[in-house]
Write a protein that binds this ligand. Structure first.
Ligand SMILES: [Zn+2]
Length: 265
């Protein structure tokens, strides 16, 4: 059975945190391991890094400030993230980026926090895990200044248009695809363009507990998305790309390893 790496799990979200052991063991049973645990602010990044120590080889984490929390970026943040990044389980700076869909933080603060985290990733020579919603032009303009100095970069949960996807591929980004692609309504455009992503740049993720794949049958009783559903997402993407499931899974696995330098510790 092909093995999968879930590159974005919000394991400390309240809907998963009570049940971490079984979330991980059910994922392993479905050949999904390791999981990348997302840090979306300083506190959660610390908690994620600590959690990884309890599950070596099964969990890795990111350290960063999500655009929703960009208002919390301050002069201490770079040092706090630098300390976190020294932890061997921390494999990327992020989740960072821009979200003009929700605008939970003012846009100027979002741009400032994003740019500062890119600069930090360059300084530390760490991969970055990025988020972008309804902010493509600013996202590309900022990222362009840093991209050539970054070792690797992934735009997780890609949900943009064909033009936006091609611009991201042009910047040699890894592209993270979630169960959004299984949503026959809002995921239709993504489903039609997912074939553009080169074999050596596609990675897969559940973004659980969000984004339960809508086309799953039988429909899970709970709307809570879980890492164990990742093989279903890979199978759906493989069909859209006209590619064998095993072949796509092997590409995504190898891409995740090289994106995050896994297995180097
Ligand atoms: Zn995100």
């Amino acid at each position: 059975m092909p093995q999968h790496i879930d590159i974005a799990v919000n394991l400390l979200s309240s809907r998963l945190a009570a049940d971490i052991n079984s979330v991980i063991s059910n994922a392993v049973e479905h050949h999904v391991s390791p999981l990348i645990v997302i840090g979306s602010d300083i506190a959660e990044s610390i908690e994620s890094a600590t959690l990884c120590q309890q599950y070596p080889q099964q969990l890795y984490s990111t350290a960063g400030i999500h655009p929703h929390h960009a208002s919390s970026w301050n002069e201490d943040s770079p040092e706090q993230l630098t300390l976190l990044a020294a932890n061997k389980h921390v494999v990327a700076i992020g989740e960072c980026g821009l979200d003009y869909n929700r605008d939970f933080s003012p846009r100027d603060k979002q741009r400032q926090a994003f740019e500062a985290q890119l600069a930090l990733a360059v300084e530390l020579q760490m991969p970055v895990l990025m988020h972008c919603r309804d902010a493509h032009d600013d996202f590309i303009a900022i990222l362009k200044q840093y991209r050539h100095k970054l070792p690797s970069a992934v735009l997780h949960c890609f949900t943009g248009t064909e033009t936006e996807l091609l611009a991201c591929i042009d910047l040699d980004l890894y592209i993270g695809i979630t169960g959004w692609v299984c949503d026959e309504r809002r995921g239709a455009e993504l489903a039609s363009i997912v074939h553009h992503i080169p074999d050596n740049r596609i990675v897969v993720e559940t973004d659980s507990p969000y984004l339960l794949p809508r086309s799953m049958r039988p429909k899970p009783k709970s709307s809570k998305n879980l890492p164990q559903y990742l093989p279903y997402i890979v199978d759906s993407i493989a069909k859209l790309r006209n590619q064998a499931y095993e072949e796509l899974a092997a590409h995504c696995y190898a891409n995740s390893i090289s994106l995050f330098n896994l297995g180097d510790d």
